[in-house]
Ligand binder design. Structure first.
Ligand SMILES: Cc1cc2nc3c(=O)[nH]c(=O)nc-3n(C[C@H](O)[C@H](O)[C@H](O)COP(=O)(O)OP(=O)(O)OC[C@H]3O[C@@H](n4cnc5c(N)ncnc54)[C@H](O)[C@@H]3O)c2cc1C
Length: 349
């Protein structure tokens, strides 16, 4: 259905609407795909499964099971690390009444003219964040001249299985109290975090096809969802990303999404729309329009479909209608309503 449905007539869009390929769009770079596939299997815990199945053969020490001499720890009967023994790693964010925890900023990487990646160290070595998909964290900061603390949500771009740290990708907004504070931070300083803040609980194959409609830093919850879907070999969900930005430099995580597009050409497609496109730009220009969404998304009743929306307030208004509060999705409005989708088919982050 994906390939057929992709071409609804929309003359203005033909130049940047491309068919879902049957082969990787990098010219069949099987090597890259295979390497990513192996990496994904490892990330999904298959390496661990292999390791455990070797252990279950009970050949003396674990190293002996792998055909190597027993290590000093094994000879002294020092227990294996928890994950080696099949124990789940510790979770830094536990929810409930845990409250805020203070994390140390480990490093800062400049991504573009207004966005930086911040790596925060988790309190326990070898612990994971404890975030599930989809969920976020909230940050809290109170400067010396502030009456009340500022609290803002962020979705880490590091994988949920990553140990010892989380990465935030944060764009600096003029006069934005939290983003300005983050951009002024130096390694060694601390910030308060709380979570996980549950969003949309994802399960493999919950929907046949999803749309990720994002603007600016609204891409981070979308990346969390896409990562979870494509690293799970059981999950066959088709994903269409429609991502709007001002300029080409503002497109975040482009390399990561290109990798998905090359590895899963039949299940993942990305459409980029720019307010100020460079010369020769092959994708869309202007805003995310009704024509574009009509062209690239399935019909409302065609499949089990869900659209996820995240971005600046004017984008919500135009695409889906605004969200009333963190716990109230508000009425469906905008382009998605005009195209006939139901309120239940749309989730606003
Ligand atoms: C679930 C969720 C996850 C988020 N994840 C991230 C993330 O990973 N990285 C990140 O940088 N931000 C993310 N945000 C946005 C973030 O929470 C803050 O709103 C943002 O950092 C601005 O905060 P501020 O205090 O600096 O400025 P504010 O005073 O809140 O806003 C300053 C100006 O920026 C505008 N603005 C705020 N947010 C956005 C936006 N997302 N797009 C365009 N304009 C905006 C406001 O309308 C205002 O004009 C997320 C938001 C949500 C709801």
């Amino acid at each position: 259905m994906f390939a057929q449905r992709f071409f609804r007539p929309a003359t203005a869009l033909r130049s940047h609407v491309r068919r879902y390929a049957t082969e990787p769009s990098n010219g069949g770079n099987i090597g890259t795909s295979a390497a990513i596939g192996v990496a994904m299997l490892a990330a999904a815990g298959y390496g661990g499964y292999y390791y455990k199945s070797m252990k279950s053969r009970k050949v003396g020490h674990e190293s002996e099971a792998a055909g190597m001499p027993a290590s000093k720890n094994e000879e002294k009967n020092i227990p294996a690390k928890p994950e080696d023994a099949g124990v789940k790693p510790m979770m830094a964010f536990k929810g409930g009444d845990q409250g805020f925890i203070s994390l140390v900023l480990e490093s800062v990487e400049e991504i573009n003219h207004n966005t930086k990646k911040f790596r925060f160290h988790l309190p326990e070595e070898d612990s994971v964040s404890g975030l599930h998909v989809a969920s976020a964290l909230i940050t809290k900061h109170k400067g010396p001249e502030m009456e009340k603390p500022v609290i803002r949500p962020y979705t880490p771009v590091s994988d949920e299985d990553t140990k010892s740290y989380i990465d935030l990708l944060v764009k600096k907004y003029p006069d934005g109290p939290m983003s300005e504070h983050l951009h002024s931070m130096n390694p060694g300083q601390r910030l308060d975090f709380k979570g996980p803040i549950p969003k949309y609980p994802w399960e493999a194959n919950k929907h046949e096809h999803i749309a990720l409609i994002a603007g600016g830093t609204g891409i981070t919850p979308m990346y969390q969802l896409a990562r979870a879907i494509f690293k799970n070999p059981e999950d066959k969900t088709k994903v269409t990303l429609v991502y709007g930005n001002l300029t080409e430099q503002d497109i975040l995580l482009k390399k990561e999404f290109e990798e998905l597009e090359n590895t899963y050409p039949q299940r993942f497609r990305a459409f980029y729309v720019l307010d100020h496109p460079p010369e020769g730009w092959q994708h869309g220009s202007g805003y995310i329009t009704k024509d574009l969404l009509k062209t690239v998304l399935p019909e409302p009743k065609e499949v089990n479909f869900k659209a996820f929306v995240c971005g600046p307030a004017p984008m919500y208004k135009a695409i889906s209608g605004v969200k009333k509060s963190p716990s109230d999705q508000g009425e469906l409005g905008g382009i998605l309503k005009e195209l006939g989708y139901s309120k239940e088919q749309v989730y606003k982050f």
